[in-house]
Design a protein around this ligand. Structure first.
Ligand code: HEM
Length: 537
């Protein structure tokens, strides 16, 4: 109906208001003065020096000199597209989130796909994790699902993020290698951080070299909460499933394409959308009841663990269609700012220690990257929901706030913005009990680093295993220090002896020291203790 289409188009209309195509217009300065010449500087005599008075030269050159902004500290290379999301049925039982209530409502979205390690100009088809960040412009405000194409992560605690990024980014003395994990500092970091074992298996599998952004799964990774209008909460994990299926390149293809067309993935997305072959992704959820929190042999707050789909099936709840290319890469893809803290009523956080740290990092980095506190006013970041508050001023403020007072509550102005109750759609944090001692110590229930890594490896077909072996040969083979190579072999003998032996053979070090039995991995005993502790509270 018209009303629904209006809702879907609301973001497009908002963006249109900012669009400017210079088609056929007369050139002018930024102040609107028409120009007679933009190709010759004003000089004192035809062969003389350029003079200060040339305001047009200075404005043109100054603007150019300031064209670049810092690239993202990670996920610098990315590509975005517009589209919409529609739920298949009402999710009212599970969540009050507005965009999940009515199957006839289309919520506008902007998605940015990315690599993690390489700089803005690096090649698309490198072996890396891919970012899959979605901004839903819901009528209750923006909801950002800032995910990756792998369901787990390298670390359990956000405080290690600067370390892993410093280890995987090019080495600081010579800025080598660009966009690759095949170097000493990364593998040294891995062997010092055994919690990375599971994620390394995903990264070195074919998932690390996707064929197309249109053929990647996406994962929220963290455990979130869904909260319904009765205030009842459940644990949830989010999944995106591409309707084209999940497909990868081979390593040989990936390397050749990186040389021949470093823009392969962005080109593929751009062309597909221009040709009307709109990429589609179904949204799935896995749900765990609150009273089942400790029923598993892993901690559901541990971001290095998946929730096995045989135990907790993925329910498909809706579909996203990407049907419009951006008009301007810088204005949209580069200036888009995704943040876990952009959340709407009906969805909430958990104590996943990686999620907790991310909640700080994104806003903080964007304050620097996008030049101050007003980047929410950049067209791509503006919610379609109305914004009213007493935040004022700062660099690049666009809104012209009217009125005398900028504080609440006030007794002077009768249109003083008011807070909303839960019943009126106000966001209320889920009331979780968190009594405990202040400690720098991770729960024992996060200690099992190998069970799921082994499950992953053992679930691979023979050719997939071969691809993993070859990936280790390339990545670890590029490590210069033989000590690190040997440590990698020992570490992965905890995943599989076959794997460890294969790595050793391919990188020219000794087979693993440990015995030749397949490693015995048992679930963490800590979980039953947690169950007892929490139920006695
Ligand atoms: C981008 C930090 C873990 C997905 C970024 C950025 C930072 C960051 C600073 C740049 C943001 C910007 O400049 O706008 C962190 C920290 C992490 C972490 C501190 C762990 C403690 C993760 C995880 C995922 C993820 C687990 C996936 C579930 C992304 C994505 C982007 C991104 C998709 C790119 C967003 C875009 O397209 O603009 N991260 N990250 N990150 N991160 Fe993370």
């Amino acid at each position: 109906t018209n009303e629904q289409n209006n809702h879907q188009d609301a973001k497009n209309e908002q963006l249109n208001a900012f669009k400017n195509s210079n088609q056929g217009e007369k050139l002018s300065t930024n102040q609107g003065a028409k120009l007679s010449d933009t190709s010759q500087s004003l000089t004192a005599g035809e062969r003389g020096p350029t003079i200060m008075e040339d305001f047009h030269f200075r404005e043109k050159m100054t603007h150019f000199d300031h064209e670049r902004i810092p690239e993202r500290v990670v996920h610098a290379r990315g590509f975005g597209a517009h589209g919409y999301f529609q739920p298949y049925e009402s999710m009212k039982e599970l969540t009050s989130a507005k965009f999940l209530q009515d199957p006839s409502v289309k919520t506008p979205v902007f998605v940015r796909f990315s690599t993690v390690v390489g700089s803005r100009g690096s090649a698309d088809t490198v072996r890396d994790v891919r970012g899959f960040a979605t901004k839903f412009y819901t009528e209750d405000g923006n909801f950002d699902l800032v995910g990756n194409n792998m369901p787990v992560f390298f670390i359990q605690d956000a405080i290690k993020f600067p370390d892993i990024v410093h280890a995987i980014k090019p080495e600081p003395d010579n800025e080598i290698p660009q966009a690759s994990a095949a170097h000493d500092t990364f593998w040294d970091w891995v062997v010092q951080n055994r919690e990375s074992a599971h994620m390394i298996m995903w990264l070195l599998s074919d998932r690390g070299i996707p064929r197309s952004f249109r053929m990647m799964e996406g994962f929220g990774v963290h455990t979130f909460r869904l909260v319904n209008d009765q205030g009842k909460a459940r644990f949830v994990k989010f999944h995106w499933k591409p309707l084209l299926g999940t497909h990868s390149l081979t390593w040989d293809e990936a390397q050749k394409i990186a040389g021949k067309n470093p823009d392969y993935h962005r080109q593929d997305l751009w062309d597909a959308i221009n040709n009307g072959e709109y990429p589609e992704f179904e949204l799935g959820i896995q749900v765990i009841e609150e009273n089942q929190e400790f029923d598993f042999d892993f901690d559901i707050l541990d971001p290095t663990k998946i929730w096995p789909e045989e135990q907790i099936p993925v329910k498909i709840i809706g579909k996203m269609t990407l049907n419009r290319n951006q008009d301007n890469f810088f204005a949209e893809t580069e200036q888009a700012a995704f943040h876990m803290g952009n959340i709407v009523p009906g969805i909430d956080f958990t104590n996943d220690p990686l999620l907790q740290g991310r909640l700080f990092s994104y806003l903080d980095t964007q304050l620097l990257r996008l030049g101050g506190p007003n980047f929410h006013e950049i067209p791509i970041n503006r919610p379609i929901a109305p914004v009213h508050n007493n935040q004022r001023d700062g660099f690049h403020r666009m809104t012209i706030n009217k009125g005398k007072v900028a504080y609440s509550p006030n007794g002077l102005q009768n249109n003083d913005p008011q807070t909303s109750s839960f019943a009126e759609g106000g966001f209320e944090h889920y009331q979780e009990k968190v009594d405990g001692y202040k400690v720098r110590k991770r729960s024992e229930s996060f200690k099992d680093h190998y069970t799921q890594a082994a499950l992953f490896y053992n679930s691979m077909s023979e050719h997939e295993k071969r691809h993993i072996h070859k990936a280790f040969h390339f990545e670890v083979g590029n490590v210069k220090d033989p000590k690190i190579k040997q440590q990698v072999v020992e570490m992965f003998s905890n995943v599989s002896h076959t794997l460890a032996n294969e790595i050793a053979k391919g990188v020219g070090v000794e087979p693993p020291q440990s015995n030749n039995q397949e490693p015995q991995v048992s679930p963490s005993p800590a979980l039953s203790q947690l169950q007892t502790t929490f139920s006695s509270n």
